[in-house]
Design a protein around this ligand. Structure first.
Ligand code: AKG
Length: 260
């Protein structure tokens, strides 16, 4: 299957509405891909926490969900539309990822479990999700995660136990910790014996330079393709059968002794 990661430049000179239009056109241009992946909080910017409340939107009928559903349908692709600031009916905010099927139907919703920021930003403004999410796609089972989740291997182990073969991570990872990103995406792939598709943002917003370097890592931990720092469309071919072959030939997951 063909995976395409769209590493979006979150430029504060562009409004979220303008960016939605531009990103929808980018998604439409990816017809022919099986799965298209966008980054974390690209409409507003993962570090633009002062804008979170104003830009919050519902999952059903929100402007990003509507635009991405239409773009997925027009392109005929599975679309992991990255994440949005979700406002739920009770008024709580979540960092919520949306997965659309090629007919535009919402196929999965994942609320980021590990909130970043310690005592500020997302960590205080948003509520955390409380469940891991997998979704069965025609070409494999996807396990969803978002940015800071990458530092919590126990979440990925639960995704693997849920059958995940493709670990799809949207992110807005800062450039100053690029080295952590590059190690951790490979670590999650190696320990999970799964593909990792990790899509980050480019540019600088709210004073935080973004790392870019979106990447696809195979179940052996080999980097299949990796972006640079700027806005980029990154595509590569994945052989999802390699997940099962890797797990059968080198059965580390079978040899686990300690189970939660
Ligand atoms: O863990 C990190 O270094 C970055 C995490 C992050 O930026 C986020 O979750 O938004």
């Amino acid at each position: 299957m063909r995976a395409t990661l769209v590493q979006i430049d979150v430029d504060p000179a562009e409004t979220p509405a303008e960016r939605r239009g531009r990103v929808a056109a980018l998604v439409r241009a990816q017809a022919g891909a099986d799965l298209v992946v966008l980054p974390e909080l690209w409409p507003v910017g993962a570090f633009a926490s002062g804008e979170f409340a104003a830009e919050a939107e519902p999952v059903e009928g929100g402007p990003t969900a509507e635009a991405m559903s239409a773009a997925a349908r027009d392109a005929g692709v599975w679309l992991h539309a990255g994440s949005v600031v979700e406002r739920d009916p009770a008024g709580a905010l979540y960092n919520t990822s949306l997965l659309f099927a090629p007919d535009g139907e919402l196929a999965a919703v994942y609320r980021k479990i590990h909130r970043f920021g310690f005592d500020s930003g997302e960590a205080v403004l948003m509520s955390g999700g409380d469940r891991v999410v997998t979704a069965r796609l025609p070409f494999g089972v996807a396990g969803l995660a978002t940015c800071y989740d990458l530092r919590f291997p126990e979440q990925f182990r639960l995704l693997v136990e849920g059958g995940a073969e493709l670990l799809v991570l949207c992110a807005g990872w800062p450039a100053r910790r690029l080295a952590h990103w590059q190690v951790l995406v490979r670590a999650r792939a190696i320990e999970s014996q799964a593909y990792v598709l990790a899509c980050g943002t480019a540019g600088t917003h709210a004073g935080v330079e973004q790392a870019g370097h979106s990447v696809v890592v195979d179940p052996w931990g080999e980097v299949l393709c990796e972006a640079g720092a700027g806005e980029q469309v990154l595509s590569c071919e994945l052989d999802v059968g390699l997940v099962g072959r890797t797990r059968a030939q080198f059965p580390v997951l079978r040899d686990r002794v300690l189970r939660g």
